[in-house]
Write a protein that binds this ligand. Structure first.
Ligand code: BTN
Length: 249
């Protein structure tokens, strides 16, 4: 396995955040797109909603893909296809039980193994997308800060084995561009079917979504054609949400 031959790969020893690195250098990089920026260490890894992404030194995978997105209608699906690419990458470990928690987490038995941060820059009528992916690879439980210990896991904790992070990055890069290509060639039906199969939530399950300042309790139905989540409230009114955070205990 190697990186896709069309991909420019930039390997850093350390940076604040691989997403930030692409954001601050995109003007010089965009002629080389698609690019992958990876770092062995991140000093200020970022998560969604201004959260911090715990970036254990040398133990995790920190990668961001920068590319031109052809169709703006696909923006909502970018985090989700990244999630599919992560699930297939993690399955190479031999363990299969990984699920996507809409919209951007990959869990193993309810514990977070990977997070995805998708960001977009619109410039001169072009859409530049940055798909940042963090995977907990060789972490031991003791590496995580106290507040994450009950909610996070790593490939090593799941399988009892250490992994070569460089090989995982190559597998991830191939999977990511396979699913991006599926999206750009309008294979949305196949993508949505896959997402519904890989969803952490089961239809009929009661969930609570926090969207902006509101908290809505309802029943999970499915992922819709545009990547939104369909939730029915107590009166059985269905509503699709395109952003938000679903709480799990
Ligand atoms: C989340 O769970 O809220 C998203 C976490 C995304 C973390 C990755 S690590 C590589 C890239 N660089 C960052 O600063 N964040 C993403």
């Amino acid at each position: 396995m190697d990186y896709p031959d069309f991909l420019t790969v930039i390997k850093l020893s350390t940076c604040d955040s691989t997403n930030n690195y692409i954001k601050s250098h995109y003007k010089s990089f965009q002629h080389q797109f698609p690019i992958l920026v990876t770092a062995k260490n991140q000093t200020r890894g970022r998560g969604r909603e201004n959260r911090h992404w715990f970036s254990a030194h040398q133990a995790g995978l920190y990668s961001s893909f920068g590319y031109h997105l052809k169709n703006k209608n696909n923006l909502n699906l970018l985090s989700l296809i990244s999630g599919i690419a992560v699930v297939y990458t993690l399955r190479e470990s031999g363990e299969k039980n990984f699920k996507i928690k809409w919209p951007n987490d990959v869990l193993h038995l309810g514990k977070k193994v990977s997070g995805i941060l998708t960001e977009t820059i619109i410039t001169n009528g072009q859409i530049i997308s940055i798909s940042g992916i963090g995977i907990n690879v060789n972490h031991n439980l003791t590496d995580f800060p106290e507040e994450l210990k009950s909610r996070a896991s790593s490939l090593k904790m799941i399988t009892g084995k250490e992994f070569d992070i460089e090989s995982i990055k190559m597998i991830l890069a191939n999977n990511f561009f396979y699913w991006l290509q599926q999206l750009e060639s309008n294979q949305n039906e196949a993508i949505i079917q896959k997402l519904n199969r890989l969803s952490y939530f089961s239809p009929g399950e009661t969930i609570c979504i926090k969207s902006y300042t509101k908290e809505i309790k309802g029943t999970y139905e499915s992922i819709d054609d545009d990547g939104g989540i369909i939730i029915a409230d107590q009166e059985k009114n269905r509503k699709t949400y395109y952003s938000g955070e679903i709480q799990i205990d």
